[in-house]
Design a protein around this ligand. Structure first.
Ligand code: CA
Length: 249
């Protein structure tokens, strides 16, 4: 799709059924074609602070939306910069405030351009694209179990149930993290993009998630159904979803 497009979008976050607080944060700026999900971690409410810092940082960093026809590579470099600076800010605050020491957060950011979505990613929140009924994961989880899957030591379903399933290898707030990944996904008519925290994907198996997302429904209603599906299966974690769909202008 290279003509000018507009985006239909919806977002929803929910504490789930087991956690007392929602430590996920999200950024929903359709007017800037800018979206992000962050899943914070750390005691004494520091997880909320870290995830909120990350999305607020991205919002401020992209005060002006990148032009819809901007070079995706250049936008990708800006996303890397944003993640690096957010990391420094979170580390500095964690060092200065003892109750926030060691706080961290995932960050998956998507900027929609006319020909492509540019995604910056660190941690285990995810970006997916649904095309012709098939849901593909664009991001790779920065988790210990994902490394084992890549090595062939664990299957995907073993990884989901593994006691170390939540052990992250890269997040913002980690001094020696290798930084974020940047991914480019082309956009075709009929595509649907999903950003989510692991509270969605840890509760819903891939085939069920694919079937849910493939329903032809308004995005607000789809977002609601995804959150409900996570809660019906136990709602063990906070869940955040952002859905977007290109609409030819
Ligand atoms: Ca989570």
């Amino acid at each position: 799709m290279n003509q000018q497009i507009t985006w239909d979008a919806a977002a929803l976050t929910d504490t789930g059924l087991k956690r007392a607080r929602n430590e996920d944060s999200h950024l929903f700026r359709p007017e800037k074609r800018l979206f992000a999900v962050a899943d914070g971690m750390g005691g004494h409410q520091a997880g909320d602070v870290a995830s909120r810092m990350a999305v607020d940082f991205v919002d401020a960093f992209f005060r002006e939306a990148p032009a819809a026809d901007a070079d995706p590579q250049e936008v990708g470099r800006s996303l890397l910069d944003a993640a690096q600076h957010a990391n420094q800010e979170i580390l500095a605050r964690g060092a200065a405030e003892p109750d926030k020491y060691g706080m961290g957060t995932t960050l998956t950011t998507l900027i929609a351009l006319d020909g492509a979505c540019v995604i910056g990613h660190i941690g285990d929140s995810r970006a997916y694209r649904l095309r012709n009924g098939a849901l593909s994961q664009i991001t790779t989880d920065h988790t210990w179990v994902q490394d084992q899957v890549a090595l062939g030591a664990l299957s995907r379903s073993e990884a989901r149930r593994h006691p170390y399933a939540n052990v992250l290898t890269r997040v913002l707030g980690m001094p020696d993290a290798d930084g974020a990944d940047v991914l480019l996904a082309d956009v075709a008519s009929g595509d649907l993009f999903l950003l989510c925290s692991d509270g969605l994907t840890s509760m819903i198996e891939h085939p069920d998630l694919e079937a849910l997302v493939a329903q032809d429904k308004p995005l607000e209603q789809l977002a609601q159904q995804l959150v409900e599906a996570a809660n019906v299966r136990g709602g063990h974690d906070n869940v955040t979803v952002i859905l977007l769909r290109p609409v030819a202008a």
